[in-house]
Structure formats: C-alpha cells, structure tokens
Ligand binder design. Sequence first.
Ligand SMILES: Cc1cc2nc3c(=O)[nH]c(=O)nc-3n(C[C@H](O)[C@H](O)[C@H](O)COP(=O)(O)OP(=O)(O)OC[C@H]3O[C@@H](n4cnc5c(N)ncnc54)[C@H](O)[C@@H]3O)c2cc1C
Length: 369
Amino acid sequence: MSARTIMLAGGGHAHVEVLRRFGASPAPGVSIVLVSPDRFTPYSGMLPGLVAGHYAHDEAHIDLDPLARLAGGRVVRDRVVGLDLARREALTGSGERVGFDIASLDVGSAPDMHFPGAREHATGVKPVDAFLARWTEVRAAAIAGRVGRIVVVGGGAGGVEVLLAMHHRLVRDDPPRMPRLVLVSDRSNLPAAAGRALLARLVAAGVETHLGRGAERFDADGVHLEGGARVAADIVFCATPATAAPWLAAAGLACDPRGFVRVDDNLRSPSHPFVFGAGDCVSQDGRSRPRSGVYAVRQGPPLAANLRAAATGGALARYVPQERALALISTGGKHAVAVRGRLCVAGRWVWRWKDCIDRRFMRRYRVDA
Ligand SMILES: Cc1cc2nc3c(=O)[nH]c(=O)nc-3n(C[C@H](O)[C@H](O)[C@H](O)COP(=O)(O)OP(=O)(O)OC[C@H]3O[C@@H](n4cnc5c(N)ncnc54)[C@H](O)[C@@H]3O)c2cc1C
C-alpha cells in the first residue's frame, strides 16, 4: 500500500466524478483502488431511453476502466460484500481483502424485494445489468407472441418511466399479440402535477393501472395485492422503493433506520471518520432528499474534494444539497415531463432538452484512447 490508499466501492454517479477529478489533477502520494463488479456503469438518466430503444448500450453506460486508468487507479472487478473497519479492509465476493486508509461508498440501492415470492417470480430494475438481460429475454418472448401481460410494481418516476419505455419499444416491435402492460402501486411518490401528467400518458398508452393497493406476495400466476385481489402476470418487474445493501449496517457503520449509511455535511460517516459516501446508499443527516441520480451527481465534486483533503491533510468542505431538483421524466417516446416543486411542463421539446443534458453529462466521462 502507498502512503494513502483511497478505496472506492462502486462506480456510481458520484465516483465517476471522483475518478475524473483525480485523473485531471492527481494527488501525489495517494493511490486509488476501485472495486466494481461492472466495467460499464449505467447512467440512470438514459436507462429508460435505452429500454425504449432511443440509445445503444454504449451511449447509456460509462466505461470505468479508462477513467480509473486516468486516475492512476487499480480496478478490482468484484463486488464488496463486507467491510472490516477495524483492519480497514473491504471483503470481496471472491474472498479478496482490499486494504485502504480511506473508503468511499457509492454502491447504489436495490428495489425492495422482501415480499414473499418476489425473488422467485419477479426481476428488480436494479442491478441494471440483470434487469436489461431479463428485458432482452422478455422482448424476444413478446416478439414470438409468448407474453400476455407484463406487470411493473412501483409507481415512482422510475417505475412509470420504465413501463412507458417498454410500451414504446414493444409497439415498435409489433408483436403478433401486443402484451398488456400493467402498473401496480400502493401510492405515487410523484408530485401531484407530474403525477397527473404521467397518469394521462399511461391512460393514452392503454396501461392497466392498479393504484392505491400495494403488492403483498408474488407467485407464478402474478401479483397478490393487499386486500386479496390478484393481478395476473406472465412477467413481473419491481421498481419498488430503494433499499440498502445489508452489509453496510452489518459492518458497524452508523446507519439510518432503513440501513442507509449516515453521512454528515462533509459526506463522512459520523461513526467512522475515514469512511465517506454518496448517492443512493447514504442518508445525509438532517437533509432528507429523494434518492435520485441528480443528487448523486451533485455529490461527486464535494466528495472528490473531501477525499483528497482527507488523504492529504486539507480542510473538509461542507455540502448542502439543494432543497429541490429539476426532475426530467421521459414517457416512452421522445417526450418528457419536467417537474420542479409545483411547476410542471411537458412536451417533445422537454425530451430534446433532457437528451441534450444527458449527452453532455456522458461526454464528460468519455476518455479518448
Ligand atoms: C428505472 C429507473 C429509472 C431512473 N431514472 C432516473 C432519472 O431519470 N433521473 C435520476 O436522477 N434518477 C433516476 N433513477 C434513480 C437513479 O437510478 C439512482 O438514484 C442513481 O442511480 C443513484 O446513483 P448511485 O451513484 O447512488 O448508484 P448507481 O448508479 O446505482 O451506481 C452504483 C454502482 O455500484 C455498483 N455496485 C453495486 N453494489 C456493489 C458492491 N457491493 N460492490 C461494488 N460495487 C457495487 C453497481 O454495479 C453500480 O455500478 C432511476 C432509477 C430507476 C430504477
């Protein structure tokens, strides 16, 4: 190990910026090791567009290897499954121990799959690679006329976006029998104006909606709702609320009641000051915000600055997230809804605006060979 080793767990939205910044301005005496199971990390803003067929895989994914190389970092192509904080080591799925002086966590979240039968009969929208692999299979089966009903459980922005993207793609595939698309949600987390605009798009697409009652259990025939009703399904995807990886709390890190790692305004763990974090896997004390890529992206620059300061002895910067962020929600075709607080606008121009923002974001992380 060199003088100071920073271990980055996960190549999420904040860590790509950390890598970019250390690449642009190396810190002498500091070495970086990235532990990531994937070489290509998905950009959440373009995920629905990838499902809808507007983007190719490479357009919607960031290649972590050249970014890590530019930062002079080592890549361990594996998953962190535990942290030994006393010895300052990360444990990987293959049994390797990766030593560090400072750790940073940006491993994202996974949809809630605690319902009986969910793991056997449904696929979560995260991890994204497994979701995309399943979507490819489902599409092929639909084109062959073998899929009658596809249910998405979870009526937040992610669930609605994915469902409308699937609808858009399948209409263009023109299967002999268009699958019925169905949305199940106990409630919508969307602001009222955006909720109305999106509901109108769901109705226009002929989506069957079951709103107000959550899923209770899953079996081979479909989804059983609270109160006893059953929604028949051939295929079920879960876009349920984000949950934290259990190994975070198991490591002994201070966590919120849902198991997300607590961080202070320096994006640093209050229980273990040599651990930092960003994105979906953390909860910033006293600053509850929705879990979205927008906030993870914004945390990238202060996280990079604070990792550098922690490794080289500088002062840590405070990061206060904005109260409200602009959400740009795509609706299947090249159309999107923009919402900020109570303001909501929609149209094809909103999609073009979103597309511009997303492509500009992706260009920042493209390293020319
Ligand atoms: C369908 C859908 C659509 C969405 N659309 C939007 C949108 O349009 N705009 C928006 O702002 N947000 C959107 N979101 C939310 C957004 O995806 C997340 O908030 C965002 O990805 C969080 O970023 P992150 O950096 O925390 O984690 P992620 O982007 O999930 O990155 C985590 C990384 O860590 C890796 N990883 C996971 N576990 C481990 C481990 N144990 N060890 C090492 N590495 C690991 C993963 O492979 C991944 O590369 C959407 C979510 C969904 C489900």
